[in-house]
Design a protein around this ligand. Structure first.
Ligand code: ATP
Ligand code: MG
Length: 745
């Protein structure tokens, strides 16, 4: 088998098949290529059976790509070859050996929602209210234990954590495991923990697998957690043919338990391990590599390595300063068209990255406006996300109350006790009387006596009345020309949707809340651009069908949009890294969490930069709508860390728009300077909160629908306050003060 597509070090890594080996090398140095070639080499040259090989990587997509590449390189049948993720590997193994652990082969894998309902039941049984302890706190605790490879009666004396005797969380974990076991179920963390348990309790099973997998290979090793480390260490113990490849500078999953000690301990577990370095980068231009190298050298938590390349110096990096996030998105779409039309670049050679999913909205809007085909990798297009569709359904109903599909989507979201059975009754009634669902609901509310035959509880009726009230009020506000965002916020807060997410405290809800804030920004922006327009026109613009575009451009592919976490391992000719501002990237949370968290963000930035082969754009906005507020964050410290010989600084657009600036002048200075400086400006939000409120905290109020309650919080400028109220029945809701029927008592 020819190996002339590899350099000397890569070839050495492929040919040395016996004994432990760790390849630590920078981005784009050919780690994945080497690993794939090594698999092919073992199969073709060393006649290892595909059955005896195990290759593990971090995502299904990466696994599929690897398997396809191996399939192309070898002549043997790779059907039995396990190139897979840790989770799929463990799921398969556990099914095969289920009886050892008292499970049956067809066990279920619980998702987050199912885990949550188990935890809720446990909290209930122990008489702990969810306000006292959120189910997600318990779930995190359990997940963390499992990331360490824990299972209930494991001997943990030499492990990383101690369990105290009266640890109620630990007790709940034990309850949780019992529940799952009873249900013949496990969860994601339990897949890996389950295999570890199996191997520790039944050495004969372990031995069987040790004998089977004579060669074990792991890609993206830097992002494995402790449980995964335990697992491969056990499997490889007998044969010791284990080859791991990784880059500590690309470790970006510590929040999911990835543990950098796995790299350090490899040499401890395998004192005879060969440690190889690959220093030549094949992916990117010299400029990009050196710039990325300069940035990552600021990190203290690293071994340090040098990279070089034979590639040409290449284009200068473009740092694009935009006045607003909208302008940033417009720049990206214009530049994409320019690259496509003027430079013959096809769309699939281009990618746009952002730090968090909610940032994709602006970019998607701009791309759609310019008819640029795109896909959101590892995510869902903004307007197809569940929470966005839900709120859009509220708005659809407001615009057109005959839209029964919209009504049925949200009449019980958040839960109002109007379940599937009730909805069915309403639907039957609507069919009988040839009316819309909205009409039927209204009739029930107005004349409940006429509907005795469908037997609705008074709770359901009162829920319906609140629902009708909400939609009607919002409709009036909309018709009276209130700002779209204001009407939207009324729906968002008073429906209880926001509160439902806020109460759940998990990462996913956090992301959904960010998306909903972003939808608010979309309305403001839309209204700025189309002053006379109302929701109806907005709905048209987002549902405009651009499928016609795709045809002509088919062979040109699509621009890929993704978070940087999702971009790991990939490469593109042209890369746009957007939103490179303080509090966005590095994220606000990381800035609160000290230097180690900033270093992880810096690694993330390094991952972003090193995806680019030919041309790298780094963009930021002076002002950005963030969490419902216009913010001037200043550009990221990471931009400042790029030595200026590697970039060209371009300023786009005409600065802050007059109307925006007037409003905000007294709150904060827009950050702008010719010299790269950075600063964080949180004064805007602080001052917002300091303004006098008409509903002081602690004051008693009465709401005409929900009754009496106490003001928990009141924020926003006078006349535009948002009040959070805790009602006497325990419910907590947020209102736009100027619309809510509130009276101080
Ligand atoms: P990452 O850290 O981002 O995962 P990596 O180290 O896995 O990067 P690869 O994706 O394997 O790097 O390789 C980067 C690019 O360089 C790919 O396009 C690959 O085909 C190419 N490449 C790798 N080795 C060589 C080589 N010896 N000669 C020519 N091209 C190479
Ligand atoms: Mg790789």
């Amino acid at each position: 088998m020819k190996l002339d597509h590899l350099n000397i070090q890569q070839r050495q890594a492929v040919k040395e098949i016996d004994g432990p080996m760790m390849i630590l090398a920078g981005a784009g140095s050919g780690k994945t290529r080497t690993l794939v070639t090594k698999i092919a080499y073992l199969l073709e040259e060393k006649n290892i059976s595909p059955f005896q090989l195990l290759a593990l990587t971090f995502s299904n997509k990466a696994a599929k790509e690897m398997r396809d590449r191996v399939g192309r390189d070898v002549s043997c049948d790779v059907g039995a070859l396990q190139v897979t993720t840790f989770h799929s590997f463990c799921a398969r193994l556990l099914r095969a050996e289920a009886n050892y652990l008292g499970l049956s082969r067809n066990f279920t894998i619980y998702d987050t929602a199912e885990q949550k309902s188990v935890v809720k039941a446990i909290l209930n049984r122990r008489g702990i209210s969810q306000k006292e302890t959120s189910p997600f706190e318990v779930m995190y605790f359990i997940e963390d234990l499992k990331n360490h490879g824990h299972y209930p009666d494991r001997d943990i004396s030499d492990k990383d954590y101690e369990v105290e005797d009266d640890d109620i969380f630990y007790d709940m974990y034990l309850d949780y495991e019992k529940e799952l076991h009873k249900a013949n179920a496990t969860d994601f963390g339990g897949l890996i923990g389950g295999v570890i348990q199996l191997f520790e309790k039944f050495p004969e099973v372990l031995e069987r697998y040790q004998d089977r997998f004579r060669y074990i290979l792991v890609d993206e090793y830097q992002d494995t957690n402790r449980a995964q480390f335990d697992l491969v260490t056990k499997l490889a113990k007998k044969r010791r043919n284990i080859c791991v490849v990784g880059d500590e500078d690309q470790s970006i999953y510590s929040w999911r338990g990835a543990d950098i000690r796995n790299i350090l301990d490899f040499e401890e577990v395998y004192s005879d391990a060969q440690i190889l370095k690959l220093e030549q980068n094949y992916r990117s231009s010299k400029n990009i590599i050196e710039a990325a190298g300069a940035v990552i050298s600021r990190n203290t938590q690293r071994k340090g390595k040098s990279m070089w390349t034979d590639n040409p110096e290449g284009d200068s990096i473009d740092i694009i300063e935009c006045s607003s996030d909208r302008e940033e998105a417009d720049f990206v779409s214009e530049e994409i068209i320019n690259l496509h039309n003027e430079h013959g670049a096809s769309y699939d050679e281009m990618s746009v990255f952002y730090r968090t999913n909610s940032q994709s909205r602006q970019i998607e809007d701009a791309l759609r406006k310019s008819n640029i085909p795109y896909r959101v990798v590892g995510g869902i297009k903004f307007y197809e996300r569940k929470e966005i569709k839900d709120l859009i359904a509220y708005i659809r109903l407001l615009v057109n109350d005959k839209d029964s599909l919209a009504l049925s989507r949200i009449i019980n979201v958040p839960t109002r006790g109007i379940g599937a059975t009730t909805l069915r009754k309403i639907e039957e009634e609507a069919i009988k009387t040839d009316s819309s669902l909205w009409e039927v609901v209204n009739r029930i509310v107005d004349n409940p006596e006429d509907f005795k035959h469908i037997r609705l509880s008074s709770r359901v009726k009162s829920s319906m009345s609140q629902f009708v009230h909400l939609i009607t009020e919002a409709k009036i506000a909309h018709d009276q020309g209130e700002p779209l965002e204001t009407v939207y916020e009324k729906l968002l807060y008073e429906s209880g949707y926001w509160e439902m997410l806020r109460a759940s405290k998990d990462y996913e809800s956090q992301a959904r809340m960010e998306n909903l804030e972003e939808l608010g920004s979309a309305f403001t922006q839309f209204e700025d651009q189309n002053p006379e327009s109302r929701f109806g026109t907005f709905l048209e613009t987002i549902t405009l069908d651009n499928s016609v575009v795709g045809k002509e451009e088919e062979n040109q592919g699509e621009v890929s949009l993704m978070t940087i976490h999702g971009a790991k391992g990939l490469e593109f000719e042209y890369v746009f890294v957007t939103g490179v501002e303080e509090t966005v990237f590095p994220s606000y949370q990381s800035m609160e969490n000290g230097e180690a968290a900033i270093e992880e963000e810096r690694r993330l930035f390094y991952v972003a930069m090193t995806r680019a082969m030919k041309h790298l754009y780094i963009t930021f906005a002076q002002g950005r709508m963030l969490f419902g507020q216009l913010r001037f964050n200043g550009f990221s410290r990471f931009i400042q860390e790029i030595p200026n010989k590697y970039y060209t600084w371009r300023k786009i657009g005409g600065g802050i728009q007059a109307n925006e600036k007037d409003d905000w002048d007294d709150l904060c200075d827009p950050v702008y300077d010719d010299e790269p400086v950075y600063r964080v400006d949180s004064s805007a939000s602080k001052k917002m909160q300091e303004k006098k409120a008409t509903y002081p905290k602690g004051s008693k109020i009465v709401h005409s629908l929900y009754g009496e309650g106490t003001v928990l919080d009141c924020i926003g400028p006078s006349g535009d306050e948002k009040v959070t109220i805790k009602f006497n029945d325990g419910a907590q809701k947020k209102f736009m003060a100027k619309f809510a029927p509130l009276t101080l008592i």
